[in-house]
Design a protein around this ligand. Sequence first.
Ligand code: NAD
Length: 736
Amino acid sequence: MTDYKNFNVETDADGIALVTWDMPGKSMNVITVEVMDELDAIIDRTVADGAVKGVVITSGKSSFSGGADLSMIKALFTLQVEEKAKDPAHAVEKLFALTGRMSGLFRKLETCGKPWVSAINGTCMGGAFELSLACHGRVASNAKSVKFALPEVKVGIFPGAGGTQRVPRLANTQDALQMMTTGSSLSAARAKAMNLVHQVVAPEELIPAARKMILDGLKPMAPWDEKGFKAPGGGIWTPAAAQLWPAAPAILRRESAGNYPAALAILKCVYEGLQLPFGTALKVEQRYFTHILQTTEAFSMIRSLFISMQELGKGARRPAAVPRAEFRKVGIVGAGFMGASIGYVTAAAGIPVVLIDRDQEAADKGKAVCENLVAGSVTKGRISKEDGEKLLSLITPTADYAALSDADLVIEAVFEDREVKKAVTEKIQAVLPEGAILASNTSTLPITGLAKNSKCPDQFVGIHFFSPVEKMMLTEVILGEETGDRALATALDYVAAIKKTPIVVNDTRGFYVNRCVFRYIGEAYDMLIEGVPAAMIENAAKMAGMPVGPLSLNDEVAVDLSYKIFKAALADLGPEAVDPRHMDLVTRLVEDGRLGRKSAKGFYDYPPKPAKKRLWPGLKDLYPQQKPEDLDVKVLKERLLVTIALEAARTVEEGIVTDPREADVGSILGFGFAPYTGGTLSYIDGMGVKTFVALCDKLAGSYGDRFKPTPLLRDMAAKGETFYGRFDPYGKKAAA
Ligand code: NAD
């Protein structure tokens, strides 16, 4: 029985069929339509084969499986749109039938009459975990790499193949809800403690233990199919449940402000499902799943957080004709706050690094930062001591520029000062081998101007990191006017090597991310000046789905940075460039030493730990305060999101961002723009450009011209267009 593409099936003398899932040409197994067809056939054949006593399913890869192929779910969206246009009455019916496929298959396995054991050798996610939960036995390896999760909620959907029904019938309800509504990962030990796996064994014991379960007489029946089954804790009608259920929606609302319909659907599935026979409960789950698949949130989140993120990570914007760059050595000049951590992430990717500063002492200080980062990772068990030492051995601190003579790429991260950067660029240029690429990590200076300091402006590019570099997944690759394809390709190859997601933007003041961020902070300044209580501003932001309030964010990036940026804008662009009321607010804070978290006071006060930060009470004395009850939170939320989305639209109109995927992914990874929207442009597309324009006009009427829709938006509204339609990333690729 080996005539399958994705599985190898071998039955031994004891009648145990070992099904090894090993998809050709893929680094990880995923559930596709073909995989489901083959699994269906395997169930039929093992049931029909009298020689088979039971089945062990495992994986031939280092991981078990990543779960359902989300491209398959994306195809469902496309189908749904087409079906709705053709036959609206039956479109949802068809979607309902399709969504039941995986759930029905797993139920077929569960009720096939022969025992199945899942032998979980590595990461087991989403649909693959649901498949394992439908097996009658589950054995997991105790290797560190074994992780379980039902992470669907993170992309706007939920475990719709029985997960919401099987987990709360095995684990206690509170743990089940917590795990599914957050999408968090479980170690094998935790999964065992939650009763989600039966055994945890050494890797070499995995298959023998799974076989033994069957040979020991594992019953081919799920506990919930036995007469008199009771869920752990007794289900819904118990004193414990009476404590849990009234609080559950309130806790969810506190955590997600009602922005994630899929998370609420999980609660509904569990609450309703636990009161029903299993088969009916699966139907309830299927109905909610069908409903969630039709939400804008699910569509936008899957597109940005899964499909686009993957495409950008794989180099969607990379010039295909340029050969892939090899990095034998990367130079970093400026071993300060940013340079040191850039050195760390580069060495973590196995690339030798030269870390240069003004003198040996300063360079050594940079390496010491890397040593601290490594020590932290070792303590947390993220890397072994040996790997940590290996990483550090790749970093050479020095003041000698000659060490750059065999570098493939040099990243400059010295002070944000044109003259300092010019002098450093000239020194690098004097030793840099021909063909090597020079990059700047500047956050404000135009790349086109900096490139003029270089002998080969076509080999000069911006690579803008975000702080903290070791945590932030995004980098902005900035193209100067003369940046050539090889410089772009090298920058993208480097970003891929250090496992971050790039967006490619054209040169402009603030590039993309910071332009958006400073609109967000600027709107909070306006609100403060109007007398909106600071706590309302911060809370409205969180209710809108932002991870950090704008005042808190300003404290993190430093209030004096805003001051410096205003000063630079006034000097470069004239008095119109900065709102004098904003300058006045920021000046007041800076003169008072309120520079942000770094000075332990800014918009917040930061008392010594364990006390928590709190908003500076003096803020309310700066401007006459409005009464909270006179303010509309919905409007505050709209203002904060709309001002950012409008700025994103402006960057598209100006040709700074050319691909909507980059605007969306950049906004979520760069500053956490309300992930349920799918990002800045999906937020606009999601409500419809016409509705967005009307909202902007309304806000402009009340709060000023900064909300006026741009000509592009008006044109798109008139034509009924979307960003993904007008700036179709796939159309462009096809044409290229
Ligand atoms: P920093 O002051 O911490 O580090 C700058 C380093 O450059 C210092 O170690 C300094 O000794 C060194 N240096 C200065 N002149 C030099 C010279 N002539 N030769 C060699 N080394 C020299 O500053 P930072 O925050 O790391 O910023 C560095 C760059 O990164 C700036 O261009 C900044 O705009 C950019 N950036 C900063 C952030 C951030 O959050 N701090 C984020 C993105 C980009």
